[in-house]
Ligand binder design. Structure first.
Ligand code: FMN
Length: 317
């Protein structure tokens, strides 16, 4: 688990995994029950399922495959039944493959329902099961992202040169540890000292995400702990900032406002999910600090997979 998750004592991955177990069991058992009815009585007369057969005739090879419910039952059993139950077993055993398959079978369900949309007139069951498939796929995606986030951690001991050069400082704010990693790497390269901006508002977990979003949307400063470091004494400060809502993260905005006039020279490292450079955030920091930055690195981060989008000036990596 990441430092943030440990602090929050709550695993979003665990919640998403449990929800995915629900979806896979619910869809899997439902499909097995439906398939059993079709296979026990392929004519469909006992359960009145034969009323569906005329609609099947628009499908390819209907004269061979869809004269009774046997093929449909087998397909249902395999495509939505056994698959989902296999994913459920893997999820119960906490295997990462279960997460991938659980999400993927949500997509399969949506495709299956698309065939129904094509065959049947608009009906409640098809629509609701399409929504179930969407929810299952989204849960699988969320579980994958949360697993990656929670597995990501930064070991400060891996950066032994941090703090060797008292003339330089790296400042960072980081919710999930991605910016922290970039900050420690930068400080390790130059030997700079390191300082973490700490928000006094909630930033951890799902609630924290939405709370951060609120500050981001309004372009507000987020209250931070008082700056407990003598910024004037450094020749250069590198500020490592995440992007929130296409703009500078709110706690870094607060830091820059409070640090105005106290930093002689600054480089910026920006970290974000999308592929943009976010020069607007660099301009905002310049404006708040009252200086012009000497270097800018912009890094795209996909759950711990980093790619440098732009690297200008001394901050270059
Ligand atoms: C409230 C909020 C808004 C975000 N908005 C954006 C955005 O507009 N563009 C983007 O690329 N990433 C956005 N992100 C993603 C973060 O910039 C990205 O996950 C970054 O790596 C977080 O770094 P950290 O773990 O050091 O906090 C947002 C994150 C949060 C919490």
């Amino acid at each position: 688990m990441s430092d943030t998750m440990k602090k929050a004592g709550h695993s979003r991955y665990r919640v998403a995994r449990r929800l995915l177990i629900f979806w896979t069991v619910f869809i899997g058992l439902g499909a097995v029950a439906g398939a059993a009815m079709m296979l026990i009585d392929p004519s469909g007369r006992i359960m009145g399922m034969d009323a569906m057969l005329p609609y099947f005739q628009v499908l390819p090879f209907a004269d061979v495959l869809f004269q009774d419910l046997f093929f449909s039952g087998m397909a249902l059993l395999i495509v939505n039944g056994l698959t989902n139950l296999t994913a459920a077993v893997l999820l119960l055993k906490n295997k990462p493959l279960g997460v991938t398959l659980g999400g993927l079978f949500g997509v399969t369900l949506m495709l299956w329902i698309c065939i129904q949309f094509y065959m049947f007139p608009p009906n409640f069951m098809s629509t609701i099961y399409f929504i179930f498939g969407l929810a299952q796929a989204a849960t699988g995606y969320a579980a994958r992202v949360f697993a990656g986030q929670e597995a990501f951690s930064v070991r400060e001991a891996d950066y032994p040169h941090v703090g060797e050069n008292p003339r330089e400082l790296v400042v960072y704010f980081s919710r999930l540890g991605y910016g922290k990693k970039l900050a420690y790497e930068a400080a390790d390269r130059t030997g700079a000292e390191i300082y973490e901006i700490r928000a006094t508002e909630r930033t951890e977990g799902t609630l924290g995400f939405w709370w951060c979003g609120r500050f981001a949307m309004h372009r507000w400063d987020m209250p931070i702990e008082p700056i407990s470091i003598d910024l004037e004494k450094y020749d250069k400060v590198t500020i490592c900032a995440p992007i929130w809502d296409f703009s500078l993260a709110a706690p870094v905005r607060a830091f820059c406002r409070q640090a105005a006039g106290r930093i002689k020279k600054a480089d910026y490292i920006l970290v974000h999910h999308t592929g943009g450079v976010y020069e607007n955030a660099a301009r905002e920091m310049d404006g708040l600090l009252g200086i012009r930055h000497t270097g800018l690195v912009s890094v795209r981060n996909r759950v711990g997979k980093f790619r440098v989008v732009r690297s200008d000036g001394p901050a270059g990596v």
